[in-house]
Design a protein around this ligand. Sequence first.
Ligand code: CP
Length: 307
Amino acid sequence: MARRHLLDLQSLTGAEIERLLDLAESFEDISLRAVKKVPALRGRTICLLFLEASTRTRASFELAAKRLSADTLSVSGSASSVEKGETLLDTARNLAAYRPDVIVLRHKASGAPHLLAAHVDASIVNAGDGAHEHPTQGLLDLLTIRRHCRRIAGLKVAIIGDIAHSRVARSDIAGLSRLGAEVVVCGPPTMLPTGIETLGCTATSSREEAVADADVVMMLRIQKERAAEELFPSDREYAAAYGLDPQVLRAAKPDCLVMHPGPVNRGVELHPDVADGPRSVILEQVSTGLAVRMAALYHCAGGELPA
Ligand code: CP
């Protein structure tokens, strides 16, 4: 692949996405070894620029870089000169003066990684930009589904929750539709953006319709930090109308996977019995994220394919 950046899944072909999934799969066994480290990116430098809160994505990118023997440089919003008014571009250009090979950026503004890609001399990996995309989350979701279902094409995947503010939904829709899945997004009208169907999915406000015969149900939290106003009267009413509990899940296929990108708001979008139940692969998504981020860094830093 000629691309140096990983900015979104919308601009990737199905073949490019499959290639990244295969590469991630080839990295999975490293984390199962006694010595969890390979020299694949020795001498390379990865800058982690996280200007919005993160637990899973940040931890896994840092660990991925270390497992590939790269040097890491971490900068977070609350402990950086962004707090003193420095712009994103100035911050990134100053960090680029240390000549990192890759800058991994999380930012609250949609399009921020694309801005860096156009103006900074380093490969850029999007670790989540506003409500736009979260491509490595999309890839780890795809790899988790592919491992369990042995295919993506032909599956019915329901994505339920705050679609309007979800970058995960956009990356999942792009990746799943490229690989031939039927994607149904669902939420109250206030959380369903008009025109979402143009991304390659159908939309409904009926939870029951979305869950019926689904192979995968992906639950999303309400992204209150991105909404200008309340999108539903209360969490309790939201849970009753759009949450996933054991009773609602009965309408899905018997071996349906339950997924969630995290963080989970237990008792709101996901009943604890479902979150911790036998169909939940939520913690497996987290583990898979490590291999996917190793693949993303390896690809963007121009590493050779492993022997
Ligand atoms: N799924 C996800 O992006 O989680 P974090 O915000 O904790 O990184």
